[in-house]
Every structure is written in structure tokens, then in C-alpha cells.
Design a protein around this ligand. Structure first.
Ligand SMILES: [Zn+2]
Length: 365
């Protein structure tokens, strides 16, 4: 090594020690980037805030929020709340349902971009075509060599409901043949997922099973992006009302306990395996009560059906997160995740939140 090269090595080292943000951008020494998307079906923005910051609250969801940046949402009409896609504002028939919500999250597109109006099979079928131009982050990342995993039930992933099969929006990206989805409900791989797990909508252990599976995906170190959509909060909202003050919050507390298990494993990967994690949380839609609070639904009622939670946090990253940019919408998850992996999200309706992009190419080894 020449003297000149020795000197330049020293000066580069000095630069990196005095500018912390640059140090971790050195591709040869930076920790491996991984990401987790926590989807909580039917979790309203105000309900998460009450759960996380109500009297005596000390949960894992609050810890996640305080680890990162999040939207406050005192009530559904609070202008600070994160929002779902445009819904009925996008045109006749667009509703706040599971398929139309999650497809916005995973594509970064607003309602008119993906064209999925709601949960009906015909409505989800539209995504066979629109996904060509607006692919999911699963497919985009997979095509660039990253490994993707997702678990859940319909209408996120095609799943069982007792003896019936109910379709999920992510699987429509893989196409149909003679009007039937190419992905079977129990397939463990698909065109966009290297690890895929769908459960039975009628199983009372579906969220618990999902947490266990997500933890396996975290611990085995293979998947770069892991997404899990918990279902039982939405079910409680339908049965007892999204404004219910006992059983709907109890369902949120149960997911909180599962999220605690999951995040313990994320932190362990950071400390034991030199990884850095981006963790995002949102929901597909909010909800409101009908029949004097006896039942809950979500359809076209704003603002209640549109107010969703939104959290972005990092573990093991040297850079602090920047403040969220308004408007914050659940479709911002897509460009944020894709940018985290050093990849161009393309033209999407959502915007990058929290992280300071663009990041250097972060291809897996
Ligand atoms: Zn629902």
C-alpha cells in the first residue's frame, strides 16, 4: 500500500466516524437490511391510539410507536390521522374493504390506480390486469433478487373458511386460468411469495399461528421482507362494533401480545446477527357501528372507515427517522419498503415516510 493510499484510507475512516450517517452506507460493513410489515385488519386509527396511550397502557404496540414515528389520531375526524385510499371519492362502487385496502398498501396505488373496488371476486379480478402496471412490492422485490414472505387469510391471501375457499387479493397478481386463481389456498409459494401461508378464517388460532410463522421467517434469516396480516381485530369489530369499549379493545390487546413476541425476535436478529430492520404497521380500513352499536361494518362511511393507523420504525439503524410527511396514507408503506431495499418504487401514489431515501442498493448476499 502506498503512502497516499494509507492517507486516504485514514481520511475516509475519519470522515465516517465524524458523519455517523455515512458510516453505515458503506456497503461492505453495513448490516443486512430486512423489513417487517405488520398488518392489523380492521384496526382503526383512534382505537390504536386509545390502546397504546390510554390509562396504564404499556404494550408492545406503544413501544413500536415510540421506537419510530407514527400518526396521532384522537378521533376519526382528526386531520392528523393516517388515511386509507380514496374509497367512494374515487368513483362509484369503491368501498373500504379488505381487498381494496391491502392492495393499496402492497402496490402504493390509490383506488383508481389499482381499480379494486371491494372484496367481490369480480372486483378482485381487476388486479390480474392492473398488477401488470402496478405490481405488489412482493413481486417488485422478488424480481430484484430479494426474498419475500407473507401470511394471513382472505381477502389478503386466498384462504379456507371452513369448507369454502375465499380469494385473497395478493394471489390475483399470479393470474387466473379459466376463471380460477392459479394459486391454491394452501400453496406455500407463489409468483410473488417465496414463503406463503394462508390459514382458515374460522380457526380461532389463526392470529396465534400467524405470529408463530412470522417468527420462523424472522429467525431462519432467509426472507428479506416479511408481512403478516392479523385478522381477529376485524372480526371483533364486526361482532361487537368498532366503537365497542370492551371486546374490540380486548382483541387489540391480544394482537399486542403477539406483536410483542414478534418484535422480541426482530430485536434478537439486530443484536445477534448484525441486521437492521424496518418495521411498518397499518391497516386496510377503519370501521363504524350500526344497529345502535350491536354490530360493526366498514363500507363507504367517512371519516370512520378511512382513519387507519400508521407506524414506521427502525431497529439497529444508525440514522434517526424523519417526521412523517402529510398526507400520510396506508399506500405509503409500499414506496417506503421498496426504497429501504435500495430499489426504485416507480411511479406510485404513496410517498416514502420516515426513512431518508434513497438508500444504497441493498441486495442480499
Ligand atoms: Zn371486515
Amino acid at each position: 500500500m502506498t503512502l497516499f493510499r494509507r492517507l486516504s484510507t485514514v481520511s475516509v475512516a475519519l470522515l465516517f466516524t465524524t458523519v455517523p450517517a455515512a458510516g453505515d452506507d458503506d456497503a461492505s460493513t453495513s448490516p443486512r437490511r430486512r423489513a417487517l410489515v405488520i398488518g392489523i385488519d380492521g384496526l382503526t386509527g383512534p382505537a390504536l391510539q386509545r390502546h397504546a396511550f390510554g390509562a396504564g397502557a404499556n404494550g408492545a404496540l406503544r413501544a413500536l410507536m415510540e421506537q419510530g414515528v407514527f400518526t396521532r389520531c384522537d378521533h376519526a375526524g382528526d386531520p392528523r390521522c393516517a388515511r386509507a385510499h380514496d374509497g367512494p371519492e374515487a368513483g362509484a362502487g369503491f368501498r373500504y374493504e379488505t381487498a381494496s385496502g391491502w392492495v393499496s398498501v402492497v402496490t402504493g396505488m390509490n383506488a383508481t390506480g389499482h381499480g379494486v373496488r371491494g372484496n367481490d371476486v369480480d372486483e378482485q379480478m381487476v388486479f390480474v390486469e392492473t398488477s401488470q402496471q402496478h405490481p405488489t412490492f412482493f413481486r417488485q422485490l422478488r424480481e430484484r433478487g430479494f426474498r419475500t414472505a407473507a401470511g394471513g387469510v382472505a381477502n389478503f391471501l386466498t384462504s379456507r373458511e371452513g369448507e369454502s375457499i375465499v380469494s385473497g387479493i395478493v394471489d390475483f397478481e399470479c393470474g387466473v386460468e379459466n376463471g380460477a386463481l392459479l394459486v391454491a389456498w394452501n400453496d406455500v409459494q407463489s409468483c410473488n411469495l417465496e414463503w406463503r401461508r394462508a390459514d382458515d378464517l374460522e380457526s380461532e388460532r389463526r392470529d396465534d399461528n400467524l405470529a408463530t410463522w412470522v417468527i420462523q421467517r424472522i429467525d431462519d434469516g432467509q426472507a428479506d421482507l416479511v408481512m403478516g396480516v392479523f385478522d381477529e381485530v376485524d372480526a371483533a369489530g364486526h361482532s361487537f362494533g368498532f366503537e365497542d369499549t370492551r371486546r374490540y379493545p380486548e382483541a387489540i390487546a391480544q394482537v399486542d401480545a403477539l406483536v410483542r413476541r414478534v418484535l422480541d425476535h426482530v430485536r434478537a436478529r439486530v443484536s445477534d446477527h448484525d441486521e437492521t430492520w424496518l418495521v411498518m404497521l397499518t391497516s386496510d380500513h377503519g370501521g363504524h357501528d350500526v344497529l345502535f352499536g350491536m354490530l360493526g361494518v366498514h363500507d363507504t362511511t367517512v371519516p370512520a372507515d378511512r382513519a387507519v393507523p400508521f407506524v414506521v420504525a427502525t431497529y439497529g439503524a444508525s440514522e434517526s427517522l424523519s417526521a412523517l410527511k402529510e398526507p400520510v396514507r396506508h399506500m405509503d408503506v409500499h414506496p417506503t419498503i421498496v426504497t429501504w431495499f435500495g430499489t426504485d418504487p416507480g411511479k406510485v401514489d404513496g410517498q416514502v415516510q420516515g426513512i431518508r431515501g434513497p438508500h444504497p442498493k441493498a441486495h442480499p448476499d
